[in-house]
Design a protein around this ligand. Structure first.
Ligand code: ATP
Length: 469
């Protein structure tokens, strides 16, 4: 994160990833003069031989979309071995970062995000497109604080020239999959709505109700048989939120609420005040909003010394690409044509060259502000070496497998409660003489990652710097 290199004239590429996808890294590009920021998915075709097909499908769909609740697609550049996809930069991070494990978030926030999610899905469905992998990890928060649907890798066209087709591909992420998706064929729209219902439950309770919707899943069977009321997460929901969840998570897809019905539901219209805890009470009886607010306050304090990332980004009209990006794409294409070998980088020419051109600048609060807001980072009052030692002890206590990667980050591989792989990374950053630990999810469930992050933070409590949260 401390380092940036020249990507192409006037555009700097930060060394540290914004995130990691199935086929490569996502990096932040910053325009030196205008300070515009864009995200760039870097796809490594040598490493992932099947990436092409997947990426082509994703781009085919994404490039036609233009809505305030959908991450904007700006363009792509293809090379034989590498590919670059330019996207609107979501500086607010991922939705799962805003969900406190086992707590959720205040109803007013959940309602706001649910409305925005419905708006984005309505636009998609209106265009005949189903997303098929709605989950908090694929819902990003933009510079404007609005939810943005991202990752169109599983999206498909279900309606063409007014004719709708049934879908028969089993795809998505198990805890978010509607039961009919496992049986197939299925209608596209109700299946997406179901996934949105699971997101709603996650936002309001900080939990996922089940690992999958098979008949072997005890929690799901209880739901089916309506024997769930005393169980978590349902008992954490207020009556109206529970009623809405029941109608969205209706096993019968034909009786499930339609998107328009969800939008008209009383919970979606309820005016939550500032003191909106009444609808969300956690298992211990503690008002969840209070804990969430204190968590948000801590996050605000963390960013207090630096100008808000969101504010430093120019407010772009929804359908316009940043002017400097238009220039960037032009230059890249001209550069490729000029040197006749399809090279992406006009300056320097190759990715390998790029890697040797890092400006060795130390991290400062000025460049740190470019990065996404995150609730999974904290300062320590300890040296780099001692922090590493404490981290390793904590990993061993938790029986995590870990190793250092090429960039110097520590990669932790484990499994979640549902025994699915969970991979995350820790970067130790020196910032103004202090050490900061920045945890990022690489693969797996965001909520489980946050739980593990909180446990690790607790086991490092002796060195956590609470004054500098
Ligand atoms: P997968 O299929 O494994 O979910 P993917 O290859 O489709 O991954 P994305 O999910 O799109 O990749 O991106 C991976 C991560 O990179 C995201 O979870 C997010 O943290 C980060 N990221 C992606 N796009 C953006 C963006 N536009 N702005 C900020 N961060 C982003």
């Amino acid at each position: 994160m401390s380092q940036a290199s020249i990507f192409v004239e006037d555009w700097l590429c930060y060394n540290t990833n914004l995130g990691e996808g199935a086929y490569g890294e996502v990096k932040l590009l910053l325009h030196r003069k205008t300070k515009e920021k864009i995200a760039c998915k870097m796809i490594d075709h040598d490493k992932y031989k099947d990436a092409s097909l997947h990426i082509n499908r994703e781009v085919m769909i994404h490039k036609f979309l233009d809505h305030e609740n959908i991450i904007k697609y700006y363009g792509r550049r293809q090379e034989p071995a590498k590919e670059y996809i330019f996207l609107e930069y979501a500086s607010g991070g991922e939705l799962f970062q805003m969900i406190e494990p086992d707590i959720g978030m205040p109803s007013s926030e959940a309602q706001k995000f649910m409305k925005q999610l419905m708006n984005g899905i309505k636009y998609l469905h209106g265009k005949g497109i189903a997303h098929r992998d709605i989950k908090p990890e694929n819902l990003l928060i933009g510079a404007d604080g609005k939810l943005k649907i991202s990752d169109f890798g599983m999206a498909t066209l279900f309606r063409f020239k007014g004719k709708e087709r049934l879908l028969d591909k089993k795809c998505g992420t198990k805890p978010y999959l509607a039961p009919e998706v496992l049986q197939r064929p299925y209608y596209a729209q109700p299946a997406d709505i179901w996934s949105c219902g699971i997101v709603l439950v996650a936002m309001l309770t900080g939990e996922l109700p089940w690992a999958d919707t098979t008949n072997g899943n005890e929690e799901f069977i209880k739901w089916k048989n309506e024997e769930y009321l005393c169980d978590t997460p349902w008992r954490k929901l207020g009556n109206t939120a529970l009623a809405l969840s029941k109608q969205i998570l209706n096993i019968d897809s034909e009786k499930r609420l339609t998107l328009e019905q969800v939008q008209k539901h009383p919970w979606m219209k309820f005016q939550f005040g500032n003191d909106d805890e009444s609808d969300v009470v956690d298992s211990s009886g503690e008002k969840s909003a209070k804990r969430w607010n204190s968590m948000m306050e801590a996050e605000t304090r963390q960013n207090a010394d630096t100008p808000d990332v969101a504010l430093s980004q120019p407010n772009l009209p929804s359908s316009r690409k940043p002017a400097s990006l238009v220039q960037l794409l032009k230059e890249l294409n001209e550069g490729g044509a000029r040197n006749g070998r399809g090279a992406f980088f006009s300056q320097p020419a190759q990715n390998a060259d790029l890697m040797t051109h890092f400006a060795q600048s130390t991290i400062t609060k000025e460049n740190f502000q470019d990065f996404i807001k995150s609730m999974t980072r904290f300062y320590v009052k300890s040296t780099h070496e001692r922090t590493l030692e404490c981290l390793c002890n904590a990993f061993e206590q938790s029986h995590y497998t870990w190793a250092a990667d090429a960039s110097g980050a520590v990669v932790i591989s484990t499994v979640d409660l549902m025994k699915n792989p969970l991979v995350f990374k820790v970067n130790l950053l020196k910032m103004d003489g202090k050490v900061m630990l920045d945890f990022r999810l690489s693969k797996g469930c965001g909520l489980e990652f946050k739980k593990k992050f909180l446990k690790l933070k607790e086991s490092l409590k002796d060195i956590v710097d609470n004054k500098n949260i």
